[in-house]
Design a binder for this molecule. Sequence first.
Ligand code: MG
Length: 233
Amino acid sequence: MPNDTNLTGRLRAVLFDMDGVLFDSMKNHAYAWSHAMTDFGLHMEPEEVYMNEGRTGNGTINLLAQRHWGRNATDEEVQKIYDAKSALFNTLPEPLPMSGALELLRKVQAQGLTRVIVTGSATHALLDRVNAAFPGIFAPELMVTAFDVCHGKPNPEPYLMGLRKAKIDASEAIVVENAPLGIQAARAAGIFTIAVNTGPLKDEVLLEAGANLVLPSMQYLADHWHEIYEQLK
Ligand code: MG
C-alpha cells in the first residue's frame, strides 16, 4: 500500500466512476468518437479516446479541431459532431455491467459503506440503467452527473460534489476510477484513488495521473476487496 495516502479518517464511503468502472462502455465510446470524427475530417485514434475520457464533448472536439483545423470548432460544428457521435453510440449494443462490479458493490454495501456515483455522463436515463444493473445499491441523491457541475474532470468539482452529497470528508472516502483525467480529478479533491486498468492504457499512465494503487480489473478489486479494505480502513 502506498504511503502518500490521504485516507486518515475512518473509511465511510466509496465513490465510483461509471464508464469503464461500473459499465464496460469505453469500447463503445472509443468506437463512436473515432468513427464520428473521421466523417468530419478529424482523426482520433481509439487510444486517444481513453486518454481523454472524462473530458466534455466540447473539450474533446476542440482538442481535435485545434490539431486539424488550427482553430476551435464553432458551436454549430460542436453540436453536429456531438450529435453524430451520440447517434453512432446509440446504434451500438447496450454496454454490459463491468465484470466484478456488482460483487464489489454488494460487499461495500454489506459493510455499511456509502456508495456514490461520480460521472461526467449526461444521460437522462442513467438512473434507470444503474438501477437495472445494480438494484438497491445507489440512492438517486448520491449521484453526481454532468448536470450537477460546471467543470468536468480533471477539475475536482465532481468529486468534491460527491463528498458534499454524501456529507463526508475527503479523508473518509476512496475513489474507484479508470481514466487519467478522472484520477487527476479525484486526487485534486484530496481523495485516495484506486485505479482499475480496464482499458488499453499502460499502468504507468494511471500512476502518473496520481493513482494511489493500480489494479488490473474490477473483478480483481472485488476478489481482494476485504484485504484491501483492511489496509485502508
Ligand atoms: Mg471512467
